[in-house]
Design a protein around this ligand. Structure first.
Ligand SMILES: *Cc1c(COP(=O)(O)O)cnc(C)c1O
Length: 419
């Protein structure tokens, strides 16, 4: 997917547009997305789903820019949301609420009501108190909420502890031994309709084996429920497929999705609908964060390359020690020096890359690659820094899809004490 970021006469470009042109027009730091990369990743899932009863729900939290959602909505995607705010984004982007699934461990009553009012396709519920709350809200509105239970299959996704979600010790999902009684409880509530089952075991998963292990446990549950007369129409296998940041070798999207669909069919469940909830694998390699070198600061222990993007723009390195490739936009022939690439924020955790060999000068542009997922969406205003601009490239066209925040935007809702 990084294929849409290529070098043209040595200079880094996205599709037909040199990144230097984007920096000149929109400034830095700026997130840059490739529409073709988004589309290609989506089509890779769609190819596996073709001719089967299987659909893709883009996990909005990975990148919720309206233009990104619009691209997926136009391709026919459904959406996996985790808040009422994300539902409003999907609607604003032209997405179909009847293709929206609402996930998350603690949906508020207001968000449940909003989702019911828009007749979303369903709720992935994670506990008995949440079932009770949803039943009450639906009853008050005179509706029946369609529910799936998100089960915790207790499998090791072999990923970073902060992004592993399907182990006993994680806060997510209904514990495996409680799944059947929780389904019975759901089936007994008058304003709920049990329609499916869901699991999501983690993120940046680079092997198929944990998925198959989780899927087999899910199918065991489906069969046990059917023996009791509780029939599920769909199986939601979650998201979590990894991408290549450095040298990871995740399975390719179509092959991965086909393997799971084949397993569902082989176990005799081919008549049930299958949902995928990918986030990162649809958007991660479709975006880069463009930044400019401010200063070079040589030191006794470390050399620092100080850039104008920071941990408030891209939190993943500070948060998970995540690796992002950092590419000079216009490389020069000087001998590379080893730098820590850091931002202007007043934290030692404010770094974007460590021990990177770079030939750079102040004023040069760098591209922090694979930043399309969990990039802008996790950004903050720490140090009263406005959030970055976002642009989408489509062939040789560049669209500003989010304006850079200005300092005055940052405190417009604040109030001085009176007197
Ligand atoms: C975050 C999340 C996803 C998407 O995960 P990726 O690793 O980005 O594919 C899917 N489903 C649920 C419930 C999530 O919380």
């Amino acid at each position: 997917m990084t294929d849409f970021f290529t070098r043209r006469d040595g200079a880094l470009a996205v599709e037909q547009v040199p990144l230097a042109r984007i920096a000149a027009e929109f400034g830095t730091p700026t997130y840059v997305y490739s529409r073709a990369a988004l589309t290609t990743a989506y089509q890779a899932y769609a190819a596996a789903c073709k001719g089967r009863n299987a659909h893709v729900q883009f996990a909005v939290k990975a990148n919720s820019n309206l233009a990104v959602l619009q691209v997926f909505a136009q391709l026919g995607a459904g959406f996996d949301i985790v808040s009422g705010g994300e539902l409003l984004r999907v609607l604003a982007a032209g997405g179909d609420p009847r293709k929206v699934v609402f996930s998350g461990v603690a949906k508020s009553e207001a968000d449940m009501a909003l989702a019911l009012a828009h007749d979303v396709r369903g709720f992935n519920v994670e506990s008995i108190p949440e079932l009770d709350r949803l039943n009450a809200v639906a009853g008050r509105l005179g509706k029946r909420a369609r529910v799936s239970l998100r089960i915790n299959p207790d499998v090791d996704a072999k990923t970073h502890p902060y992004i592993s979600t399907g182990l006993k010790g994680n806060k997510f999902g209904v514990a495996f031994e409680d799944v059947l009684p929780t389904y019975r409880a759901a089936a007994a509530l008058p304003h709920l309709e049990v329609v499916g089952i869901d699991c999501h075991i983690g993120s940046q998963i680079t092997e198929v084996a944990p998925y198959l292990e989780a899927l087999d446990k899910v199918l065991d549950v489906v069969e046990a429920l059917e023996r009791e007369g509780i029939r599920l129409d769909h199986i939601d296998v979650g998201g979590g497929l990894g991408i290549t940041y450095a040298d990871e070798t995740p399975p390719d999207i179509t092959g991965f999705a086909t393997t799971l669909l084949d397993r569902v069919a082989a176990r005799g469940h081919g008549h049930r609908e299958v949902l995928f909830e990918p986030g990162r694998s649809l958007v991660g390699n479709a975006g880069a964060l463009l930044t400019q070198v401010e200063f070079l600061k040589p030191g006794a222990a470390k050399n620092f390359c100080i850039v104008d993007a920071a941990m408030n723009d891209l939190a993943r390195p500070a948060m998970y020690e995540a690796y992002h490739r950092i590419e000079p936009v216009a490389p020069h022939a000087d001998a590379p020096v080893t730098y820590d690439v850091v931002g202007p924020v007043c934290e030692s955790g404010d770094w974007l890359g460590r021990d990177r060999a770079l030939a750079v000068q102040p004023g040069d542009l760098l591209a922090v690659m694979s930043a399309g997922a969990y990039g802008f969406v996790m950004s903050s205003n720490y140090n009263t820094r406005g959030r970055a601009a976002e642009v989408m490239v489509d062939g040789d066209a560049v669209h500003l899809v989010r304006e850079r925040e200005l300092p005055a935007d940052l405190f417009k809702g604040e109030h001085l004490l009176k007197g």
